[in-house]
Structures are given as structure tokens and as C-alpha cells.
Write a protein that binds this ligand. Sequence first.
Ligand SMILES: [Zn+2]
Ligand SMILES: [Zn+2]
Length: 108
Amino acid sequence: MNKTRISSSSGIQYKRTLHQNDIVDLCNECNRNNIVECCDKCGNGVCNNEKCAWLFPSHNNTDFIICNHCFEVIDKKLTPLVDYTKLQLLKKKINEKIEKQITMLPQV
Ligand SMILES: [Zn+2]
Ligand SMILES: [Zn+2]
């Protein structure tokens, strides 16, 4: 079950799946280290292990934290965003331009 809890040590509000008899605030990713930060996307508590959370610098000097789970979801969504059809269109346009330039060359 998911419960919103407030960390007693840092005052960070986070959600995590609680296991039975789970009293200690442990990282939602590795379940081993104490929670240091919480994911800015899902709110899960994460430790400062680089394998558990990803830090992104943000405008107002505060770091944007994404847990590993959310990062994987975002990463999968980002990959198809590279539009290969547009890339090919661009290549086609460049080729057409070159061809035009060639035909425009004065014939000797
Ligand atoms: Zn962790
Ligand atoms: Zn997350």
C-alpha cells in the first residue's frame, strides 16, 4: 500500500510502498540506505546513491531529483522522440539543394 509519510529527520514529504513491519525510512530504490531526498516526479524517497536517484540542476539553484524508476520511464519515452523521418527529410532537402546547385553550374 502507498502512504504519504513525512521523514522525521529531514522533513521531506514522500510516498513509498510500505512493507509489513516497515518502520525505518529506507530508500525506495535499494531499500538499504536511509532516505535523503525524494523524487520530484513520483515522490518516492531515495537515498543519495547515484544508482537510486538522478540529479538534474534546475534554474533556481535547487536540484531536480528523479528516482531511478522514473528516470527509466522518462528515458524510454525520450528515445522515440528522436524523429528519424524528419532527419531523413532534412537529408533529402540537403540533397535537393546540392542537386540544384549542380544544375545551376554554368556549362562549359
Ligand atoms: Zn537507494
Ligand atoms: Zn520517481
